[in-house]
Ligand binder design. Structure first.
Ligand SMILES: Nc1ncnc2c1ncn2[C@@H]1O[C@H](COP(=O)(O)OP(=O)(O)OP(=O)(O)O)[C@@H](O)[C@H]1O
Length: 243
């Protein structure tokens, strides 16, 4: 198997007017890793992800996914990555089954394979329900299923559990662990430190557009002599963490 890293990013920068949203981010993610980008609101997580995904052009710096440049966009590369879109990006007024079949069709995925993905995220019973009538957790699972329908090697999830109740979050964590255990590289952003601690092999702690530290959650906690990832943030920034 090709052993180039899943992601290599060097010196990514993005400004919006006076705001340095991302201010020189470099990172490397190994194949099969479960990698978290964490930090408070406005830290630059989403902008970083969008540049990694090739959805937003960096002002400076560059990223390679699976050994290929993520910008300019390359349809052959896009075929190998999955990006979870917000539920608001669903096609309007389609049922769950119609949504996933439509996403699948964009990649030439047969309807049966799309239906199998719906089953995998536990939505078979909701196949005939329109997306605007799904619960928050069901809509999140459908959006993850849509990102996975073409069996990508590398999956990006932006705050996949935001707004879910604790049980729905736990169910989604199990799904994400399964996706990763099947060999896919998973990159997620979260502002939930407990989520990162539960799921991620390594995390990049971001604040004000920069990566402050990268490491395994347990290693960072030990290195800084603290109790939790929230304490890691406090130790690195001098500020209480407020997700
Ligand atoms: N399209 C835009 N135009 C102007 N400013 C933007 C734009 N997108 C993001 N920003 C600003 O850039 C900074 C980083 O935003 P970003 O969304 O990347 O952070 P984040 O860590 O993902 O935050 P959140 O957890 O709230 O999603 C913020 O100060 C934000 O207000």
């Amino acid at each position: 198997m090709d052993q180039t890293p899943a992601i290599m990013a060097e010196g990514l920068r993005k400004r919006y007017g006076d705001v340095a949203a991302v201010d020189g981010v470099s990172l490397e993610v190994g194949r099969g890793e479960f990698y978290g980008i964490l930090g408070p609101n406005g830290a630059g997580k989403t902008t970083t992800m969008e540049m990694l995904e090739g959805l937003r052009r960096p002002d400076e710096g560059a990223a390679r996914l699976l050994g290929e440049p993520s910008w300019p966009r390359d349809p052959r590369l896009l075929r190998r990555i999955g990006v979870q879109l917000q539920a608001s990006a669903f096609f309007e007024k389609l049922t769950a089954r119609e949504q996933i079949r439509t996403f699948g069709a964009l990649y030439g995925v047969p309807a049966e394979a799309a239906d199998a993905m719906l089953a995998k995220v536990g939505l078979t019973e909701k196949a005939g329900v329109r997306d605007d009538q799904l619960s928050g957790g069901q809509a999140q699972r459908l959006s993850i299923a849509c990102a996975l329908v073409h069996d990508p090697e590398l999956v990006f999830l932006d705050e996949p559990t935001t707004g879910l109740d604790p049980q729905a979050r736990r169910n989604l964590w199990d799904l994400l662990r399964t996706i990763n255990a099947e060999g896919r590289t998973v990159v997620l952003t979260t502002h939930y430190m407990d989520e990162a601690q539960q799921l991620c092999d390594r995390v990049a702690v971001m604040d004000h557009g920069r990566v402050l530290r990268v490491g395994a959650p347990a290693a960072l906690i030990e290195e800084l002599g603290v109790e939790s990832l929230e304490d890691v943030f406090l130790a690195l920034t001098g500020r209480e963490y407020r997700g």
